[in-house]
Design a protein around this ligand. Structure first.
Ligand code: SIN
Length: 280
């Protein structure tokens, strides 16, 4: 197994590995690389849905997405990201995650890892963009870091902050609304495995800072969103079929670009999500 960096800050490609059959020793190496690089790419894999679930479970318990209509018909742990329509019915969510976010940040225990397994990829477009939230935090001034100390933010599924990007256009039913109440998490979280601090507020979901006036809350969130989404913290990944990509939601955020694809350019990706710990 060889590991090659994808960008100066974060992300790495793992070569010479078949995720269908990894030994405990290889798993330990992958886990270390995951913590060191935050984003891992495995090319030319052929993972069946069951094998994707098995691989993902090695990192912890899997979460099932509340938008159950887009879960794989035979494997509820797989959330289908797709703009394909079959017999008049979408086979997956067509605009899933097309805004900056961290998976399941609106839950009490947000995702630690997300694993994506590319099924069908268009000739062009459909990239996923990633941001290094360790670096975005580390680059803040000492004064600003102090200002953020102890602050908590409200995370809201489909946040409607007026100056931010729109969330998914999918309408939640009553049960789904009930299952996604507002959730409070620290603005800066400490990664339980690496001990490093990272920003944990995302333009698509962080709605306000607890206990501050609307003006001060908006001022801080707008500053953090502008700061963290600078190009210098970004890495854009271009997919090919068979790619498996995994990232650490505790210290990155990401954004799909599927919403920009013309309807005839088909993209289908299977997603599994590992439940993380309560952020501290
Ligand atoms: C996601 O936000 O989990 C999906 C990312 C993508 O489809 O590129």
């Amino acid at each position: 197994m060889q590991i090659q960096r994808l960008s100066p800050n974060f992300g790495a490609e793992v070569h010479a590995i078949d995720l269908n059959q990894i030994s405990d020793e290889q798993f330990a190496q992958i886990e270390k690389a995951f913590l060191d690089h935050q984003l891992l790419v495995f090319k030319k894999q052929a993972l069946s849905p069951a094998a994707q679930i098995d691989f993902s479970r090695r990192f912890g318990e899997l979460d099932v997405h509340v938008l159950t209509q887009y879960n794989h018909p035979q494997h509820e742990e797989i959330f289908v990201l797709s703009n394909v329509v079959e017999n008049g019915k979408p086979i997956g969510i067509s605009d899933g995650g097309s805004y900056w976010h961290s998976d399941f940040a609106f839950q009490e225990r947000p995702a630690s890892a997300t694993i994506l397994n590319a099924q069908q990829i268009p000739e062009q477009g459909g990239q996923t963009l990633f941001i290094d939230m360790y670096q975005a935090y580390e680059d803040l001034s000492q004064e600003y870091k102090q200002r953020l100390q102890g602050l908590q933010a409200i995370h809201r599924y489909r946040s409607r902050r007026s100056n931010q990007e729109a969330g998914t256009q999918v309408k939640l039913n009553q049960d789904q609304e009930k299952a996604t109440p507002d959730m409070v998490h620290p603005v800066v979280r400490t990664h339980v495995q690496t001990g490093r601090k990272a920003l944990f507020v995302h333009p698509g979901m962080a709605a306000e800072i607890v206990g501050l006036s609307e003006q001060e809350s908006n001022e801080i969130l707008s500053f953090l969103f502008d700061h963290s989404t600078q190009e210098k913290y970004q890495y854009a990944f271009s997919w090919t079929p068979g790619d498996v990509v995994m990232w650490d939601n505790r210290c990155t955020m990401h954004k799909a670009t599927t919403r920009d694809l013309p309807a005839h350019m088909h993209r289908t990706i299977f997603r599994t999500t590992v439940r993380g710990e309560r952020p501290v």
